[in-house]
Design a protein around this ligand. Structure first.
Ligand SMILES: [Zn+2]
Length: 531
C-alpha cells in the first residue's frame, strides 16, 4: 500500500509556474492536491525553508544492466533523479545475441549478473519484476540491432539485413521502448550509413518515438556529423536529440558555436531537435573507441587484439594515432577509469602518460598493453572540452541535463575498487548544474534550470504525467535546499552523493529521507504510451 503524505511549508518550483508557496498531498502514488495550506496527514513532512520540485529525469543513462545489480540506484535517487532513461549511444540490453551479448556477459558476470534474456519482451518482463528505487525508461540501440543481424562486419547492411533490423526494432518498440538510440563512433553502429539510420528512424517517427544519437564525430568532423544527424531527422520525420553535445579536443573548440547555430537553424526550420549535456569537461568512453582508427576495431574483439599483436599492423596504428593527435598533451588528458573487473587494477587513476613513464616507453605502447591485458575492456576519462563551450551549450533552451552515466551504488567494500573510478557525473550532474551553473553563475534562472531537469526531458522522451507539479501527476518529487545544493563527487573521489538533497519520492513513496536511502523500491519500468 502506498502511504499518503502531506508535504507542508515548502516553496514549489516547476517549469510551468516557477516558484510559489504551497502544500502538497500525495495519494495513491500521485499528487492528489496542491493548496496554499493543508492539514497535516499521519505521514507529514515539514519542509519549511526547502524547495519541492518534480523528480529529476536523467535523459541520458547507461543503467540497463546495472539496474539489476544495484536496485537501490543510490547515485540516482540520492542525487534527486527519479527516472533513468537508458539504452543510449546505440547500446540497449536487447536484442542480445552473438558477440554483443558475449561482451556484456563477460563484463557483468564479475558483478554477479547472469544475463538470461535475449529479446526486448524478455528484458521488459524481467525488469517489471525486478525491484528498483528509480523509474526506468529505455531506448532500443541501433548498435544492438546491427550486432544481432550483421555482427561486427564493417560494411553496409544488405536490404534483407535492414528488413531484419527493422523487425527487431518493431519488437522493441512494441515491448515499450521510447525510441531508437545510435552510437556512431562505436562498432558495430559506426559501420551504418545515413540511409540505414533513416530507414530505421522512420518507424520510430510513426510510433511517436524519438531518436537519440551519439553522433559520428564530436571532434574534427563535428559539423559534418551534426549535418548527418539533421539529415536523418529531416528525411525520416523523427524527433531527434543530440547526445552529450560537445566539441571535443582543443583544436575543435571554436566549432561549438557553429554546431549550436546549425541546431538553432534546424529548429527555426521546424525540425523537432534537442540535445543533452552533462556539466563536466571530461568525457568517458572505451579506450579502443577513443584511440584506435575504425578499421583497427573492425570484426570484433579477437580481430582487434590480433591487429595489436602484429608488429607491422601495430606500427601502422601508432602512426595513424600520432598523425591524428599531434597535440603534445593528448596523453596527459586520458586517464584510466576502469578496467576488466577480474584483472589487475593497477592502471586505474593513471594517465596514459604516467603509465608510459612507469614502463619507460611510449604512451601508445602502454595503451595497447592495457587493451591486451584486459581483453579490450578499458574505460577512460578524456579531458577534452572547454568551460566556455560548456556554458554556451547549457544556455541553449533545448538542452536537457543528462549524466551519461550508469546508476551506481554507494560502495563500502572491495567491490568498489573493482568498479574503478566512475566519472563524477554519475553522482554530481544534477546538483552541479543547479548549484554551480544556476545558483552561483546565474547562467539561467531557477525556473529554467529546473525545466531542463524535469519537463523538458519528460516532453522529449514522451513521459506522460511526470516532470510537472500538477494534480494527477505521478508523485516523483525532490525536496532540496536551493542555498546548499552542490555536487561533492570529484574525479579522484567520485563515489559521493551531493549535498542539499533532503528527501526524494518516487511514485509517492519516500526513497530518500534526510539525505539517506530508505531502502524503498517503488520504481517502475515505464513504457511508451500505447504499449
Ligand atoms: Zn555516448
Amino acid at each position: 500500500m502506498v502511504q499518503n503524505w502531506t508535504i507542508r511549508g515548502a516553496a514549489l518550483l516547476d517549469a510551468d509556474l516557477g516558484l510559489r508557496r504551497a502544500d502538497l498531498r500525495l495519494s495513491g502514488g500521485r499528487i492528489a492536491e496542491i493548496a496554499p495550506v493543508l492539514e497535516p496527514a499521519p505521514r507529514d513532512l515539514d519542509a519549511t525553508g526547502l524547495t519541492v520540485a518534480p523528480g529529476f529525469i536523467d535523459i541520458h543513462c547507461h543503467s540497463e544492466f546495472a539496474a539489476f545489480v544495484y536496485p537501490l540506484a543510490e547515485s540516482k535517487v540520492l542525487a534527486g533523479v527519479t527516472t533513468d532513461v537508458s539504452g543510449n549511444c546505440g547500446a540497449s540490453p536487447f536484442p542480445l545475441v552473438g558477440e554483443f551479448r558475449d561482451r556484456r556477459e563477460a563484463e557483468w558476470r564479475a558483478h554477479g549478473l547472469a544475463i538470461d534474456w535475449h529479446s526486448a519482451a524478455d528484458y521488459y518482463a524481467r525488469a517489471a519484476s525486478a525491484p528498483s528505487s528509480v523509474n526506468r525508461a529505455l531506448l532500443v540501440g541501433h548498435g544492438a540491432l546491427r550486432a544481432a543481424v550483421v555482427g561486427y562486419a564493417g560494411r553496409p547492411a544488405t536490404p534483407d539485413e535492414r528488413r531484419r533490423m527493422r523487425r527487431l526494432l518493431d519488437e522493441a518498440l512494441q515491448a515499450g521502448a521510447f525510441g531508437l538510440s545510435s552510437g556512431l563512433i562505436y562498432p558495430p553502429g559506426c559501420y551504418a550509413d545515413a540511409e540505414e539510420l533513416i530507414a530505421l528512424a522512420r518507424p520510430v517517427a510513426e510510433a511517436g518515438g524519438y531518436y537519440a544519437s551519439h553522433i559520428r564525430n564530436e571532434g574534427d568532423r563535428l559539423l559534418e556529423a551534426i549535418d548527418e544527424f539533421l539529415e536523418v531527422v529531416r528525411s525520416s520525420g523523427v524527433r531527434g536529440q543530440v547526445s552529450h553535445l560537445k566539441a571535443s579536443g582543443p583544436r575543435n573548440w571554436p566549432k561549438a558555436g557553429q554546431a549550436i547555430d546549425r541546431l538553432r537553424r534546424a529548429r527555426d526550420e521546424g525540425l523537432d531537435v534537442s540535445a543533452d549535456r552533462y556539466p563536466y569537461l571530461a568525457s568517458m568512453t572505451d579506450l579502443d573507441s577513443l584511440l584506435l582508427p575504425k578499421w583497427a576495431v573492425e570484426g570484433g574483439r579477437e580481430e582487434e587484439l590480433a591487429r595489436l599483436a602484429d608488429p607491422a599492423t601495430r606500427r601502422r596504428i601508432v602512426e595513424e594515432i600520432h598523425k591524428a593527435h599531434p597535440e603534445p598533451d593528448y596523453f596527459d588528458r586520458i586517464t584510466v577509469a576502469a578496467v576488466h573487473p577480474e584483472r589487475s587494477q593497477d592502471a586505474v587513476g593513471k594517465t596514459l602518460r604516467k603509465l608510459a613513464d612507469r614502463a619507460g616507453g611510449d604512451p601508445l605502447e602502454a595503451a595497447f598493453d592495457l587493451l591486451r591485458d584486459h581483453q579490450t575492456q578499458v574505460n577512460v576519462t578524456y579531458l577534452s572540452m572547454s568551460e566556455e563551450n560548456l556554458r554556451a551549450i547549457l544556455a541553449e533552451p533545448y538542452v536537457a541535463i543528462g549524466s551519461d552515466s550508469s546508476l551506481r551504488h554507494l560502495p563500502a567494500d572491495a567491490a568498489a575498487e573493482r568498479a574503478g573510478l566512475p566519472h563524477p557525473r554519475a553522482y554530481g550532474t544534477a546538483a552541479r548544474f543547479l548549484g554551480t551553473y544556476v545558483r552561483d553563475l546565474g547562467l539561467v534562472d531557477w525556473r529554467e534550470g529546473i525545466r531542463r531537469l524535469t519537463s523538458l526531458p519528460a516532453d522529449i522522451v514522451g513521459l506522460k504525467d511526470r516532470g510537472r507539479l500538477i494534480e494527477g501527476a505521478w508523485a516523483d518529487l525532490v525536496v532540496f535546499d536551493r542555498d546548499r545544493i552542490a555536487d561533492r563527487a570529484t574525479y579522484a573521489h567520485p563515489w559521493a552523493a551531493p549535498d542539499g538533497i533532503h528527501h526524494v519520492f518516487v511514485n509517492g513513496e519516500r526513497v530518500v529521507a534526510d539525505g539517506r536511502h530508505t531502502g524503498a523500491t517503488p520504481g517502475r519500468v515505464l513504457k511508451r504510451e500505447g504499449t
